[in-house]
Design a protein around this ligand. Structure first.
Ligand SMILES: NC(=O)c1ccc[n+]([C@@H]2O[C@H](COP(=O)([O-])OP(=O)(O)OC[C@H]3O[C@@H](n4cnc5c(N)ncnc54)[C@H](O)[C@@H]3O)[C@@H](O)[C@H]2O)c1
Length: 247
């Protein structure tokens, strides 16, 4: 798979595993994240093992920054063919205590950030007659989640955006799918556990039918399939990777 792939949230967790997986399959990978230090280290590690990778420090909620990064990516690697949007934030607050600022920040990053990243890239895919877009949503958009109304709404928006774009762009050779992860053992999940916002990982495992926590590599494997030529007849789908947590 010698494609040009953009992965957001690529400094950590699932985004990092997805970037590593796509690079190992031969993609030229542009890694985007706010966390410049970790991002630069991870991109350097990929290059040191012989892969094509470059890092771009951006806030996905900042359209101008995304456009600027894409200009550099096109110059370095060529037109964008694959886009995976994993950048995201979580937060836990009761609905009645939620401020408008908290709501807007969540929607700006998780939903509008996804919109910016896709809208600024999709012209390349239209011109090339081929594209793969995978959004990382959340199983909480399927099940609901306590004290996460803004997060769940933002991820539900990502699911709707995914389906709408799948319909609009399928005739043009572009597939758009979403992975709604269940509990995945990443820095985000560990931080939530440490704060007491999520139950302990052991408690989650006990309630998960496959009896283990999900790993970033579980997500990367599903994502690699959705980005492949073989997945050309799969679009507008939610491919749950959740150990049977939500069916
Ligand atoms: N871990 C889970 O159990 C779980 C479950 C369901 C959904 N998700 C979703 O999966 C995605 C990846 O999460 P993760 O667990 O790997 O988290 P993570 O915190 O390990 O990684 C997220 C990355 O996104 C980056 N990021 C955050 N805001 C950004 C912004 N505005 N611009 C650019 N980069 C930004 C962070 O710096 C970080 O590197 C997120 O969208 C998250 O909501 C996670």
């Amino acid at each position: 798979m010698s494609r040009v792939a953009v992965v957001t949230g690529a400094a950590s967790g699932m985004g990092l595993a997805i970037a590593q997986r796509l690079a190992s399959e031969g993609c030229r990978v542009a890694m985007l994240d706010l966390n410049g230090l970790a991002l630069a280290d991870e991109a350097a590690a990929l290059r040191a093992s012989g892969h094509h990778a470059a890092s771009y420090v951006v806030n996905v909620a900042d359209r101008a920054a995304i456009e600027d990064a894409y200009t550099l990516i096109r110059a370095e690697f060529g037109p964008i063919e694959i886009l995976v949007t994993s950048a995201g934030i979580d937060a836990f607050v009761s609905f009645r205590a939620m401020t408008t600022e908290q709501w807007e920040q969540m929607v700006n990053v998780n939903l509008t950030g996804t919109f910016h990243c896709i809208q600024a890239a999709i012209g390349d895919m239209v011109d090339g007659g081929w594209g793969r877009i995978v959004t990382i949503s959340s199983s909480s958009a399927q099940s609901g989640a306590n004290r996460m109304a803004h997060y769940v709404a933002s991820k539900g928006g990502v699911v709707g955006l995914t389906k709408a774009l799948a319909v609009e762009f399928a005739p043009l050779g572009i597939t758009v799918n979403s992975i709604p992860p269940g509990f995945i053992d990443t820095p985000m999940a560990r931080r939530a556990e440490e704060r007491g916002d999520l139950p302990s990982i052991d408690a989650v495992i006990a309630r998960t039918p496959v009896r283990r926590a999900g790993t970033p590599n579980d997500i990367a494997a599903a994502c690699a399939f959705l980005c492949s030529d073989e997945a050309g007849y799969v679009t507008g789908q939610l491919i749950g990777v959740n150990g049977g947590w939500y069916l």
